[in-house]
Design a protein around this ligand. Structure first.
Ligand SMILES: [Zn+2]
Length: 137
């Protein structure tokens, strides 16, 4: 539905790279086709926490669930995808805490903190989110 490139210190630390790249997608559009994931409870910028699901072998974060958004949407870690290049960020957020040498893409909206959901999400994505909330609670 929407892709975040997050420069907050939590995403930076959790990814171990300085940024977080998350594709927000309906939970029932995700299927774990093999193996299992381990759940870890972490802090989040909102203070409400997030659950991160990792490969038990390599500890790669595969997706997360933010308590602010609810369990009906997964934040899929784009770097863990086979076709990561297809998930171009829709927004760059928490740029106030980006690493000083990171150059922001001028073609992607950038925000010092977070953004206005209603102003940035395409109407089609908002409809999908509403439908997921109704379907999945
Ligand atoms: Zn973040």
């Amino acid at each position: 539905m929407f892709v975040h490139c997050c420069h907050c210190t939590d995403c930076g630390r959790e990814s171990g790279t300085g940024t977080g790249l998350n594709a927000v997608i309906e939970a029932d559009e995700i299927e774990l086709v093999s193996g299992r994931l381990e759940e870890t409870l972490l802090e989040s910028h909102s203070g409400k926490g997030q659950k991160v699901y990792r490969c038990p072998k390599c500890q790669t974060a595969v997706w997360g669930i933010y308590n602010t958004m609810g369990p009906h949407v997964f934040f899929v870690r784009v770097g863990a995808l086979e076709n990561a290049e297809t998930c171009v960020p829709n927004v760059q957020v928490y740029t106030r805490s980006k690493l000083p040498w990171v150059v922001l893409n001028p073609d992607i909206p950038a925000f010092e903190k977070f953004y206005s959901f209603k102003e940035q999400w395409p109407s089609k994505s908002i409809e999908r989110l509403k439908a997921a909330r109704e379907r999945l609670g």
